[in-house]
Ligand binder design. Structure first.
Ligand SMILES: [Zn+2]
Length: 320
């Protein structure tokens, strides 16, 4: 026989629901809304359910520089919102790197009059990944177009204004520096640094949540690049995905990789096989989630991150 519901459970459930929503609400409430970080500097947190990256934009005397082209559908979300904050034209759209959620919207920005900017490494990466566009067999774009009408309806537009290590936008009032600081999430990650405001846009070299994709970069180098990034002394850190934060976002992102790398290295040093390492991952995830500052970076499965590190250390890929 079923036990009838007890009256006392209702308030507990209610209180729990309120607690959960109090924790979740500040994170989700920011999605698809414009936040002013400093006068003329804006942040728009992309909707990950649509695959969208975050965007930022900076208003100069004569033009707007937008950070990330986003997917075409993401560009369409953010374009009218930029117009609400400034009547200046978007003259430059910066790809922090070559991934679709940061660069596939380029055509839309170019059609609206913008020049697409990236570091040389991002174009090099694009040439490797986008074999279809660059004269070879179908590449990532063609794969994405099968699932995304917004991609299928548009065309890949590579960046055309390139810098090797650094370039600056400076109108005498405002200064914005684009920087390449080393291999991280990809070989071509560009950062955006506002030295006066101490605001730092990181692209996916730094995310704020379980959003790290490690398929293209190098985690050992990534840790070093984040060390260089920390040295700038940012007060506000705008990640490629997830909510805006302070310098702790860079610290925590780096620590997540350091803690994971330390554990995988211990197993590799003990000559554990790929299958052994894979079997150790659920317990490892529990351990990492118990570290308060990095718990939010632990994904549902550690397999991709752990395998990447294990292979970087000279090991073989994990069994499927
Ligand atoms: Zn990315």
């Amino acid at each position: 026989m079923k036990t009838p519901p007890r009256f006392s459970s209702a308030p507990i459930t209610f209180a729990l629901a309120a607690l959960v929503s109090a924790v979740v609400a500040p994170l989700t409430a920011q999605i698809d809304t414009v936040q002013t970080i400093a006068p003329g500097v804006y942040f728009h947190q992309g909707d990950l359910r649509r695959g969208h990256s975050n965007n930022g934009w900076i208003v100069f005397a004569d033009y707007v520089l937008v950070i990330e082209a986003n997917f075409p559908s993401g560009a369409k979300v953010v374009m009218p919102k930029i117009k609400e904050t400034s009547d200046k034209p978007v003259r430059f759209a910066f790809n922090t790197h070559h991934h679709g959620d940061h660069a596939y919207g380029n055509q839309l920005w170019a059609d609206a009059g913008a020049t697409i900017v990236a570091n040389q490494g991002a174009l090099d990466e694009m040439k490797t990944a986008e074999t279809g566009f660059f004269g070879g067999s179908p590449g990532r774009w063609e794969g994405a177009a099968k699932n995304r009408p917004d991609v299928a309806e548009t065309k890949l537009k590579p960046p055309s204004l390139l810098f090797p290590r650094e370039m600056a936008f400076d109108d005498g009032q405002r200064r914005v520096e684009l920087k390449w600081l080393g291999v991280a999430h990809t070989k071509g990650d560009g950062f955006v640094w506002l030295p006066k405001e101490k605001i730092f846009f990181t692209g996916d070299a730094c995310v704020n949540g379980p959003h790290n994709f490690v398929g293209d970069g190098n985690i050992a180098e990534w840790i070093k690049t984040l060390e260089a990034a920390k040295k700038l002394g940012a007060e506000k850190v705008v990640p490629g995905h997830g909510p805006i934060g302070g310098p702790e976002v860079l610290v925590d992102q780096q620590r997540y990789f350091v803690e994971l790398q330390r554990r995988i290295k211990a197993l590799a040093d003990a000559k554990k096989s790929p299958a052994d390492v894979k079997a150790a991952l659920p317990a490892m995830a529990t351990e990492l989630k118990a570290i308060a500052n990095i718990a939010r970076f632990v994904p549902v499965s550690l397999a991709a991150h752990a395998e990447k590190i294990y292979v970087e250390l000279g090991g073989a890929p994990f069994p499927k």
